[in-house]
Design a protein around this ligand. Sequence first.
Ligand code: DGL
Length: 253
Amino acid sequence: MIGIFDSGSGGLTVLKAIREEMPSSDVVYFGDIKNAPYGNKSREELSQHTINAISFLKDKGASSIVSACNSVSASLSLSLLDAFSFAPNTLIEMVGPTVSMFKGTNHTIALVATPATIRSEIYQNAFRMIGKEVTTIPIPALASAIENGEPSETLDAIVADAVPHISADEYSTLVLACTHYPLALSAFKKNIDPKIAIIDPALAVARRVKKQLWPMEVGDGKTHLYITQDSNTFRALVADLFPESAGAIEVIQ
Ligand code: DGL
């Protein structure tokens, strides 16, 4: 069974892509809504949340882990695999597959993410390894606004404030390096020059999941979702994206 986690609803965008690539896998999802947003937390806090999430998923029977949260990528380490006795290659996170998409290309990249992701410098370093400098733009209020189900005008205003200086003369591509942000795609489309390609890395991550976990994770296509606090936004998104799983949400304390 694949265990997927995020601070809340953002990881559903990754789950959606994984469902398309691996429809028969069994999935257990952990959304830590009580502790959301992750993107404004310290490295120490994020490490603790990461350990809690992985240990919860392992208890529920996960044999592999997908971190559908960019903000915790810097907390993921090989020693975690050892600590939880996961087999090598059974931990997949966002940064590697995202950066790999741009290897050998001439894209000029701006990247939006949470402050925690940008502060960790994990993307800046990973892009440097493939010979690219990226411009990073933190959007501190966006993930929580999405998680709280704020209206589209609020999301538009937050995005408009964050990205006015991205010009198509300088950048070919905007990478959405927070899994919540594709849920505000229309706000990005409204505020970005249409010549700039907006990239949601979920598909690249889902392909990596398939490459590493198929056929090991072939099952019956079951999905079970656990959240640490009830949320109408989460329930509405699940009903929209995975109507067959709307009854499979459990709130845990
Ligand atoms: N969706 C997560 C990410 O990709 C976390 C956002 C948040 O909780 O701030 O970073």
